[in-house]
Design a binder for this molecule. Structure first.
Ligand code: ADP
Ligand code: ADP
Length: 231
């Protein structure tokens, strides 16, 4: 894992009267799982997308392991940050293997390295490589798609994993199962995870620390699940 520091990070969308995110600052420790929880529209996704530069911040800085990455080339940033989203975000015209291989290829892994890595990642998320390698996303169940989404996010072995409602689109039983697997992965891999949800129970279950957000990503509380439950 790597440390992440957000320093007074803000985003105003063009034409919008008030900022979507207004000055969020946060220190995240190496290897911890921090949950951003709060109502729909409070700026969780915008905050996450600023960390991996899918959205340019209006102001503020982002540091990963004390390195300022605010202006880093987004492709270079892919080596540091994996990203998994709701409904898996898989490319429908690519097979499972091609989806998982995407970022390692983009960041210059060797052909044989990528091939081995795809198998390793499928094993890691509990899918038999021989069965799932050549399938297209539409040939998978919702839970299987989410697994492949997580495999893809981890494929280039980034120290940081950003997850935006990754289990939001699956049924409650599958979700519970995927949550348990994420906990197992976290014990095995020690990634620094920033995980967005609007589900408080999910936050309590998965978080080392939870940031409770109000409108414009103002932090109302930032503490362990135990401390938040007793307050
Ligand atoms: P959350 O993830 O907490 O639901 P978002 O970060 O998606 O919140 O959105 C925060 C605010 O920014 C909302 O008011 C939303 O309508 C607005 N917003 C999000 N994306 C855009 C965009 N591309 N253009 C303009 N406004 C946006
Ligand atoms: P669930 O959502 O309970 O996992 P599904 O009906 O989506 O159940 O899938 C059951 C099994 O059939 C899964 O192993 C899935 O990968 C497989 N499967 C689903 N659709 C296809 C398909 N179009 N081609 C091949 N296998 C499929």
């Amino acid at each position: 894992g790597a440390t992440i520091q957000l320093e007074d990070l803000s985003k105003s969308y063009p034409g919008s009267p008030s900022p979507a995110v207004d000055g969020v600052s946060m220190d995240i420790k190496a290897g911890e799982t921090v949950i951003l929880v709060g109502p729909s529209g409070c700026g969780k996704s915008t905050t996450l997308k600023m960390i991996n530069r899918l959205i340019e911040p209006t102001s503020g800085r982002i540091r990963i392991n004390d390195e300022d990455v605010t202006d880093m080339d987004p492709v270079k940033l892919r080596r540091k940050i994996g990203y998994a989203i709701q409904s898996s975000g898989l490319f429908p015209h690519m097979t499972v293997a091609e989806n998982i291989a995407l970022v390692p290829k983009m960041t210059g892994w060797s052909k044989s390295g990528v091939k081995d890595r795809v198998e390793e990642m499928l094993d890691l998320v509990g899918l038999d490589p021989r069965e799932f390698h050549g399938r297209y996303p539409r040939q998978l169940s919702g839970g299987q798609q989410q697994r492949v989404g997580v495999a893809r996010a981890l494929a280039a072995d980034p120290p940081v994993l950003l997850m935006d409602e990754p289990f939001g689109a699956v049924d409650p039983i599958t979700r519970d199962h995927l949550q348990d697997e994420l906990i197992r992965l976290q014990h095995e891999l020690h990634k620094t995870i920033v995980f967005v949800t609007h589900d408080f129970d999910e936050a309590i279950k998965l978080g080392d620390r939870i940031a409770v957000l109000r409108e414009r990503s103002h932090i109302a509380q930032f503490d362990t699940p135990e401390a938040i439950l007793t307050n």
